[in-house]
Design a protein around this ligand. Structure first.
Ligand code: NAP
Ligand code: SF4
Length: 677
C-alpha cells in the first residue's frame, strides 16, 4: 500500500536482482575518516546509523582505484585484497541494519593534488596547483584494469555494487569533454572516442562483477564549464551506458572548477531536477536526481512530477540520520534540515579536515558520542537561546537532564534570526523550526522575554548554570560614532530600521558581506526562484550550448543602492569566508556593483557622511547611513555577577569567545558541553 504522506518517496524499487525499500540514495560524500587511524570503525558507525534511519542504498565517499587516482596523498584507495578488512567492517555494519551499500570509485585525474596526477591531456585545472601528465594509451589500459580490479575487490569486500564517478570534472569527465581531452588517438577526437573510456569501464566491470551487482554511473548532465559536453552527447552516452550494463544513472551537476553555484544555499531547492527530467524517456534504467533536495516534500515533488525515479540525498543525511524514519512516521517537523552552508562538511574536507555538520555536530563522531542517557540527571539552567544555548539545551534534555532555558527576546534563535533575513540563508528558518519542536518534544522549560537575573538563578535551584548570552555589536571608537546615521547590523536586521540609497559598511567580515548582499538584493519580480537563479548564473536550459552555459555572461542588475564595503586590512574583501562558498559571495558583490575598499582608515562620521583616509588621501563617502559590522564584544555581565556571588558558571558560544565565532562553533560547543555533563 502506498505511504499516505510520501507515496513516491517511500515506495520500493525493483532493480530485477534486488529491491530497494525506498527511493532515497545516500549520495557519496568525502568524510575524511577513510585515511585516519580507526577511521573505518567510525565510518561503520556513521553509515550504520543512517541505514538504521531508513536509507535503503548508501554510496560511500570516493575511493580511488590506484595511487594516481587519489585526490591527495595519503588518499583512500582499494587495490588489493589486503585492504578488504577495513571495507568489510563498514559493509557488515550497514548490512546488519538491512541496507545496501555501494562503493564509489573516484579517479581524480587532473584534480589530484599530488605529483602523480594523470589526465587525458596535460592540461592543468584552474583549481589545482599540480599539472597532470598525459596518459599514454598503455597507461589508459592500465587505468581501466585498475578500475575493474577495484570493483572486483569491492565485491569481495561485500559491497552490493559500485558507483562510477563520471561527473564533477574528475578523470572520466575529463575524457568526455573537449575542454580536457585534446587527444588525437583512439581516446580523443570525436565523441565516440572521448566516451570510449567511460564505456570500457562499465562493460568490463559488468563482465567482471556479474549481473547481480549494482553499477551506478554518475553522469555529468550539466558541466557548467566552457567546452563541456553537449546535451546530445550526454543523452547518447546515457544510452550507451545502459547498453553497457549500468543499473542506475545518477545525476552530476557542474565540474568542481565551474564558477556557478550548484549546492550552496543560494541554489533553490531541487533547482537542477529539470536536468534529470530531460533524460527521462531516453533510457529505461532508473534515474537519480540530485542537488539541494533537502526535505521529504521536495523529494516527493521531484518523484511525483516524474522528474526522476530516485533522489540522492547526501548532506541532508549528514544533518539528520533519521531523515527517512521521521518522514515515514509523520515526524517531518522533527527533521534537522541541512541548510547548505558547507561550513562543517565541504569546507572541512577542502581544508584537509574530517567532515561533520553545522546543525548536527555529532555527525562523524558517533563513536565518541553515543546516544546514551547521562549517568546523573541534573537540573540545568541555560541563559540565552541562540545557537549555543539551543544546542546545549536540546542535547542535555535528550540525555535526561531537566533543562530550563531563559531568553530575554520574545523568540528563540539569537543571531540565527538575523541569518534568516540574508538572501540565500533563509534555510536557517528550518533550524529554528527544528529547535522549537525539539524544545517542546524534550520538555525543556522555556522562558521567553525573561532576562535571567543572578538572584533568580541563585534561587534556582539549579545544579549547573550555563551562560550562552551571546554578543553585542562592537561600538566604534571614532568621532561621530553616535551620529544618527550610524546603525549596527542588528538595527538593520533585527530592528529593521530603514536605510537610504547610499550606505557605507564598516567591516567586511562575514556579517559585513551579508549586510552588503542584503542591501543590494534585487526586489522580487514575481518570477519563480529557480528561473531567477538560472538566469542569474547564465545557465542554458535549451540544451544547445556545450557545457550548458549561455554565450553571454549574466546581465548586471541596476544597483539597488550605492554601497561601500570597507576594511582596514590589506587583502581581498571576504577572504575570511568559507572556501567552498566565499567565491560565490565575492562574485555576487561584484555582480551587484558593491564598491569595495581595503586599507582604509576611518576618521569621522558627520552630516556629510563617512570620512576615511585611503591611499594617503582624505575622502568623504557621502552616504545616508553607516552600518557598523566591526565584530562583536561578549555579553558577560551576568556571568560576572554570578561569579561574584560565588556561583560557578559555564560559558559557551559568543559569551565564551567572540573571535572567529560562528554558528558552527557555537552549536558544536553547546553540544559537546551537554554530552560531557
Ligand atoms: P568578523 O568576521 O571578525 O569581521 C569583523 C570585521 O570588522 C573584521 O574583518 C575587521 O576588519 C573589522 N573590525 C574589527 N574591529 C574593528 C574596529 N574596531 N573598527 C573598525 N573595523 C573593525 O566578524 P563578523 O563579520 O561580525 O562575523 C562574526 C562571525 O560570524 C565571524 O566569525 C564570521 O566568520 C561569522 N560569519 C560567517 C559568515 C559566513 O558566511 N560564513 C557570515 C556571517 C558571519 P578590519 O580590521 O580589516 O577592518
Ligand atoms: Fe548541510 Fe551545513 Fe551540515 Fe554541511 S554543514 S551537512 S551543508 S548543514
Amino acid at each position: 500500500m502506498a505511504h499516505p504522506l510520501y507515496p513516491n518517496l517511500l515506495s520500493p524499487l525493483n532493480l530485477g536482482f534486488t529491491t530497494l525499500p525506498n527511493r532515497v540514495v545516500m549520495g557519496a560524500m568525502h568524510l575524511g575518516w577513510e585515511t585516519q587511524p580507526g577511521g573505518h570503525e567510525r565510518l561503520a558507525a556513521f553509515y550504520a546509523e543512517r541505514a538504521r534511519g531508513g536509507v535503503g542504498l548508501i554510496v560511500t565517499g570516493g575511493i580511488a582505484p590506484n595511487a594516481e587516482g587519489c585526490l591527495a596523498e595519503p588518499g583512500s584507495q582499494l587495490a588489493t585484497a589486503a585492504e578488504i578488512r577495513n571495507h568489510s567492517a563498514v559493509v557488515r555494519a550497514v548490512h546488519a541494519e538491512g541496507a545496501k551499500i555501494c562503493m564509489q570509485i573516484l579517479h581524480a585525474g587532473r584534480y589530484a593534488r599530488h605529483r602523480r596526477a594523470v589526465a587525458p591531456s596535460a592540461l592543468q585545472a584552474p583549481i589545482n596547483i599540480s599539472k597532470p601528465a598525459a596518459l599514454t594509451a598503455e597507461q589508459i589500459e592500465r587505468q581501466i584494469f585498475d578500475f575493474v580490479r577495484c570493483a572486483r575487490v569491492a565485491r569481495q569486500a561485500g559491497y552490493d555494487g559500485v558507483e562510477i564517478m563520471g561527473s564533477e570534472g574528475y578523470l572520466i569527465n575529463q575524457f568526455l569533454a573537449p575542454r580536457t581531452n585534446q587527444r588525437t588517438d583512439a581516446w580523443g577526437g570525436g565523441f565516440e572516442q572521448r566516451a570510449r573510456f567511460a564505456l570500457a569501464l562499465v562493460e568490463r566491470i559488468r563482465a567482471a562483477a556479474g549481473p547481480d551487482f549494482i553499477i551506478i554511473f554518475r553522469l555529468s548532465m550539466l558541466d557548467l564549464v566552457d567546452q563541456g559536453s553537449t546535451w546530445e552527447e550526454i543523452a547518447l552516452l546515457a544510452r550507451w551506458l545502459e547498453q553497457a550494463g549500468v543499473t542506475l544513472i545518477n545525476t552530476g551537476i557542474g565540474w568542481h572548477e565551474a564558477r556557478v553555484p550548484t549546492i550552496a544555499a543560494c541554489v533553490p531547492r531541487a533547482a537542477f531536477a529539470w536536468v534529470t527530467a530531460r533524460l527521462k524517456g531516453t533510457v529505461s534504467v532508473p534515474l537519480v536526481a540530485s542537488n539541494r533536495i533537502n526535505m521529504p516534500e521536495v523529494a516527493e515533488a521531484v518523484l511525483a512530477e516524474g522528474q526522476a525515479d530516485l533522489v540522492s540525498l547526501a548532506r541532508p543525511l549528514l544533518a539528520d540520520p533519521d531523515f527517512i524514519a521521521k518522514a515515514a512516521t509523520g515526524r517531518t517537523h522533527l527533521i534537522n534540515t541541512c541548510v547548505a552552508c558547507n561550513q562543517a562538511c565541504l569546507d572541512h574536507i577542502f581544508g584537509g579536515r574530517t567532515a561533520s555538520c553545522l546543525v548536527n555536530p555529532r555527525a562523524g563522531h558517533e563513536t565518541e558520542y553515543p546516544l546514551t542517557l547521562a549517568p546523573r540527571p541534573r537540573r540545568l539552567a541555560v541563559v540565552g537561546a541562540g545557537p549555543a544555548g539551543l544546542a546545549f539545551a536540546v542535547t542535555a534534555a535528550r540525555r535526561g537532564h531537566t533543562v530550563t532555558l531563559y531568553e530575554q527576546a520574545d523568540q528563540i534563535g539569537g543571531q540565527l534570526n538575523m541569518a534568516v533575513r540574508i538572501p540565500g540563508k533563509e534555510e536557517f528558518a528550518e533550524t529554528l523550526r527544528y529547535f522549537r519542536h525539539q524544545l517542546d518534544l524534550l520538555g525543556v522549560t522555556v522562558h521567553l522575554k525573561m532576562p535571567a537575573t543572578a538572584a533568580l538563578l541563585e534561587k534556582g535551584p539549579f545544579d549547573e548554570i550555563v551562560i550562552a548570552t551571546g554578543v553585542n555589536p562592537r561600538h566604534l571608537e571614532i568621532a561621530g560614532a553616535d551620529h544618527p546615521c550610524v546603525l549596527t547590523y542588528a538595527d538593520l536586521l533585527v530592528r529593521q530600521q530603514p536605510v537610504g540609497p547610499r550606505v557605507a559598511i564598516i567591516g567586511a567580515g562575514g556579517i559585513g558581506v551579508d549586510v552588503a548582499l542584503f542591501l543590494t538584493e534585487p526586489p522580487p519580480t514575481g518570477e519563480p526562484n529557480r528561473e531567477r537563479f538560472l538566469k542569474r548564473w547564465a545557465i542554458d536550459i535549451s540544451g544547445t550550448r556545450p557545457g550548458g552555459l549561455k554565450a553571454e555572461p549574466p546581465r548586471q542588475p541596476r544597483p539597488m543602492r550605492r554601497v561601500y564595503l570597507l576594511q582596514r586590512k590589506p587583502g581581498k574583501i571576504g577572504a575570511s569566508l568559507g572556501q567552498t562558498t566565499g567565491w560565490i559571495a565575492r562574485q555576487e558583490l561584484h555582480h551587484r556593483q558593491v564598491i569595495q575598499f581595503n586599507k582604509v582608515t576611518y576618521e569621522a562620521i558627520d552630516d556629510q557622511g563617512l570620512h576615511i583616509r585611503r591611499r594617503g588621501e582624505r575622502v568623504c563617502l557621502e552616504v545616508d547611513h553607516v552600518i557598523v559590522c566591526a565584530g562583536q564584544e561578549p555579553c558577560r555581565n551576568l556571568a560576572r555577577e554570578l561569579e561574584a556571588r560565588g556561583l560557578a558558571v559555564r560559558l559557551i558560544g559568543g559569551a565564551d569567545q567572540v573571535a572567529e565565532l560562528d554558528a558552527k562553533r557555537a552549536v558544536a560547543q553547546g553540544f559537546v558541553l551537554a554530552m560531557e555533563m
